[in-house]
Design a protein around this ligand. Structure first.
Ligand SMILES: *Cc1c(COP(=O)(O)O)cnc(C)c1O
Length: 405
């Protein structure tokens, strides 16, 4: 991801900042488009992963729809040219204002998560003389086998309507003239790398579909959510997720009826690998067991490690750059080509931490890194999704800037 000239450029920019490699983004999108089109699957980008304007523009230009979880995300999607007819709106707690604005904008579909929400949307739609298209977000009770904070498809989670509530929910819909039921929606969690939970989801959807068809209720849209994981450990080797295998699971195991359209809501798998948080070493401090590398970026710029113990590959770019230079010198009179930079030659064990006044402001413990000194540039990889969007102003921190390739 980082050429010598790019690292030299980074040295002239104030840190910390988010760097986005738009070429990686475009290649990811091209792969996603090619694989989804093979099956005629519809893709909605989950805006909450990253709402950077340039990124939204590239995704919108690719022809994808938008998956929003707040009224402001709906507005951001509209402002960035996503077609209202491709916008879906999910979330357990939609406010009246958010519902009214989305009805007025004539978005494609509300993914409804409770009986009360359906009643409220019906009332608000009636007052606007509109008919609201809805999908029922059903909790499939499928374990995504991911971190418990990003598991959403279990009965103990707050998301969706439980299967045993369906009879009552259909009664409400029957008595809601301003509601049109067009689809079913599911989303079992995030950062799912093993495809088995998706196969189980398909099986579960097939069962749920039977419930509807046995009652002669037609479902046109099946929205299976997002959640495909990315490789946080090998971001260079596996920059582009295996969309092919992912879609094949749904092609193979989901019973898709005639006229039915299948929708996906992908966030992380589209944008995670194109982003890196670039930070400078402020100080290196002696510790009891390991020394501390204190970066100028912390949990305010990237909260995922503090929030869900997530792993991000950490690279000392300055050391990589130096070793690349040494390597080039050695190779000057040889026939060999200069290869990839020799990254992360393990030399010393460090805890890599941020400057925030919280002990959870720690990116890695006892990590082997090249010997590091004040001023070295660091990259925290695979931070394009749920990175910059989750940043905080805690400690009155300034918002990190954005740099694009
Ligand atoms: C967050 C979210 C997504 C996207 O999840 P990823 O793991 O980023 O693909 C999709 N659908 C809904 C309803 C979500 O809340």
């Amino acid at each position: 991801m980082f050429s010598k000239s790019l690292i030299e450029k980074f040295q002239t920019i104030e840190t910390p900042f988010y760097y986005y490699d738009l070429d990686i983004l475009k290649r990811t999108i091209a792969a996603l488009k090619a694989e989804s089109e093979k099956h005629n699957f519809h893709i909605h980008y989950a805006l909450k992963a990253n709402t950077n304007q340039q990124i939204l523009k590239i995704i919108c230009d690719a022809g994808f729809g938008a998956d929003c979880v707040s009224g402001n995300e709906v507005k951001a999607a509209l402002k960035n040219n996503f077609n209202p007819s491709s916008i879906v709106f999910a979330g357990v707690g939609k406010t009246d204002k958010e519902i009214i604005e989305s009805l007025t904008a004539d978005i494609f579909c509300f993914n409804c998560e409770s009986m009360e929400e359906i009643k409220v949307i019906n009332e608000l739609a009636a007052s606007l003389h509109k008919k609201a298209r809805i999908a029922l977000r059903i909790n499939p009770n499928v374990n995504a086998n991911t971190h418990h904070y990003i598991t959403t498809g279990l009965e103990e989670n707050k998301f969706g309507i439980n299967f045993w509530e369906l009879e009552a929910v259909m009664e409400v819909i029957k008595n809601s003239p301003s509601i049109q039921l067009i689809g079913l929606h599911f989303h079992i969690g995030s950062q799912i790398c093993d495809l088995e939970p998706f196969r189980l989801l398909c099986t579960r959807i097939n069962e749920i579909q039977q419930w509807f068809s046995s009652r002669n209720i037609t479902i046109i849209h099946l929205n299976v959510g997002g959640g495909l994981g990315v490789d946080y450990h090998e971001p260079d080797k596996n920059a582009i997720p295996d969309f092919k295998s992912y879609f094949n699971v749904f092609h193979k195991f989901l019973e898709i009826k005639k006229q039915q359209q299948v929708h996906f809501e992908l966030g992380r798998s589209i944008v995670a690998q194109c982003g890196a948080l670039i930070s400078k070493v402020l100080f290196v401090k002696k510790g009891k067991k390991t020394d501390f590398i204190i970066l100028d970026a912390g949990m305010t710029e990237l909260i995922r490690p503090a929030l869900y113990q997530s792993y991000h590959k950490i690279e000392n770019l300055t050391a990589a750059f130096r070793s690349q230079q040494d390597y080039s010198k050695q190779m000057e009179h040889s026939e060999h080509q200069v290869g990839d930079p020799v990254l992360n030659i393990a030399e010393t064990k460090y805890d890599v931490v941020g400057p925030i006044c919280e002990s959870s402001d720690c990116f890695a413990k006892a990590l082997l890194l090249p010997t590091t000194v004040r001023g070295h540039l660091f990259a925290l990889r695979t931070t394009g999704a749920y990175g910059q969007v989750m940043s905080l102003e805690y400690n009155l921190r300034e918002k990190a800037k954005t740099v694009y390739s």
